[in-house]
Design a protein around this ligand. Structure first.
Ligand SMILES: Cc1cc2nc3c(=O)[nH]c(=O)nc-3n(C[C@H](O)[C@H](O)[C@H](O)COP(=O)(O)O)c2cc1C
Length: 320
């Protein structure tokens, strides 16, 4: 049986976000468990080089999960064996991705419309590899079909070792608010013995505390709130330990973080792609600074490291 540390904070898998440089930052700031972005099983089986790159993990990241998705059992089994070779701590099966190109083809959240296939896929992957297999899913396809209670039992029965539940349906995509009641219900189902990880809209220490205390989950998974604020894990931990809210890092610290994180991302990709990729993080940084709009636009329009470093210099001077 998988054992969890006390109140673990888990970095959610996010496509184009949770690559090694970002994961390492979240780890530094207290994330207890990291997930890769989802990796296409079909592309892995075909050895597509850009996809193979997504399997890169380093020991400092542990425990680390590599998540795979696909609609065919054969390729998921094959992909899981390939993933096993790079020795992550866990392999996760994505049964929750709502985007059309994935879900409409029957993969990701598409599996919520074919439970026998989902369960059979989980069973066969579990059988094929020696490392623990986990799964991440949503409440159901839509509000008429909230089937998470049943899925959780079935996945546990075929050997899934932990289940992360995002408290939305596929139809909701990312709209509305996450419903944690069904997550709590699954957690409190006496038949469920595996760790249940709650996910959805956790963006403050108080919400993380409520997730553990009110819903009793074994772990809290954080996605969007970590973008541009990888220190959220540290803030939550500090709150748990002291009851006090830790201030956001100073502007000077944030600039240092941007430089280090961006340098890592540029090394991981290359300068132009690294900058493009990093804009999502930049857009979410330096929140709440007065009269920041123009500098933010300038920052987001920078196309080279030199331009960006220049803007960061201006930010540092203005907001010392
Ligand atoms: C940009 C982005 C990419 C995502 N990619 C994945 C993914 O690859 N695999 C997955 O299981 N979920 C993915 N998700 C969903 C998140 O893991 C998480 O379930 C969702 O964002 C809700 O959590 P949050 O409110 O803490 O962000 C993604 C979400 C975002 C915003």
């Amino acid at each position: 049986m998988l054992r969890m540390t006390k109140c673990p904070l888990i970095l959610a898998p996010m496509e184009d976000v949770t690559n090694p440089p970002f994961r390492k930052f979240c780890k530094r700031y207290g994330a207890d468990w990291l997930y890769s972005e989802f990796v296409s099983a079909d592309a892995l089986v075909r050895s597509i080089s850009q996809t193979m790159k997504k399997l890169a993990i380093e020991d400092v990241e542990r425990p680390v999960t590599i998540q795979i998705y696909g609609r065919f059992i054969d390729s998921m089994v094959e992909a899981a064996k390939l993933v096993e070779e790079v020795k992550p701590d866990f392999i996760d099966l994505n049964f929750g991705c709502p985007v059309k190109r994935v879900a409409q083809k029957g993969a990701g959240a598409g599996m919520l419309r074919d439970i026998p296939l989902m369960v059979d896929m989980a069973r066969q992957v579990v059988k094929a590899v020696k490392i623990p297999v986990t799964a991440k899913t949503r409440l159901g396809w839509d509000s008429e079909h909230i089937i998470i209670d049943d899925i959780a039992e079935q996945l546990q029965d075929v050997g899934i070792q932990a289940l992360a539940i995002h408290g939305r349906t596929r139809s909701q995509m990312y709209t509305g608010t996450a419903d944690w009641e069904p997550i709590g219900r699954v957690k409190n189902n006496p038949r469920i013995k595996i760790p249940i990880i709650g996910n959805g809209d956790i963006d403050s220490p108080q919400k993380a505390k409520e997730a553990f205390e009110k819903y009793g989950v074994d772990g809290v998974m954080i996605g969007r709130a970590s973008i541009g604020s990888p220190w959220i894990f540290q803030q939550i931990k500090h709150y748990f330990e002291t009851g006090e809210l830790l201030a956001t890092p100073s502007v000077a610290e944030q600039i240092a973080i941007v430089k280090e994180q961006l340098t890592g991302t540029m090394e991981w990709l290359d300068e132009p792609r690294g900058i493009l990729h990093f804009r999502r993080h930049l857009a979410a940084m330096f929140k709440g600074l007065p009269h920041f709009r123009e500098l933010r636009i300038e920052m987001l329009r920078s196309n080279t490291k030199e331009e960006l470093w220049h803007v960061l210099g201006k930010i540092g001077e203005r907001y010392q």
